[in-house]
Design a protein. Sequence first.
Length: 240
Amino acid sequence: MKICVAQTKSEIGNIKVNIENHLRWITRAVTEKTDLIVFPELSLLGYEPKLAKALATDQNDLRLDVFQEMSNTNKIAIGVGLPTHSEAGILISMVIFQPHLPRQTYSKQILHLDEKKYFIEGNKQTILTLKDAKIALAICFESLQPQHTANAYAMGATVYLASVAKSQLGIEKANAYFPKVARKYSTPILMANSIGYCDDFQSAGQTSIWDANGYRIGQLNSQSEGLLIYDTISKSILRI
């Protein structure tokens, strides 16, 4: 199967414009017969914790119907980032659309200390089973925590996919950590990062893929939007 990680720049707080941009990149992924595309952390809002409470929604938001339609028509699974609300508080979430299936929401389970002023933690791991792969989802900070990766692999993950909004320092931490995890569990790791200014830092792009031996086999630059597509059978990479 083909898995795509998207590197995008969000217009802060403008969900309508960001949806339109997502659809453009999904269309590009469809032309390459991609089975799954995942966007960066809070991609429909931009990583702006201070705006999350006012703009939080849920997986049934009618504005998201276009993603379900795109999924149904093109047989592609789609993961988009946005804040969602619950009775207990606001979550950093990824809403997942699969062809002709109910929507799912995965919420970040381990928050950075700064995020706890604005969000609560999710309590359930999501594993997507698509064709030959069991894909464990992670959102930014938690992807660098050993307990999260260990739990994902204990649940049978064959691919680990992190949706992030990382500064250059965060990218350097990922570059040091993910190869070790990939080698330890003999599993590829895919990371979708954003570009542009968010919260109080510059998101550094460099969306990357590491193979099951821990070698980085694909990376985008730090300035431009784009896609990395990984073929789980041929182990090949396509950059767009």
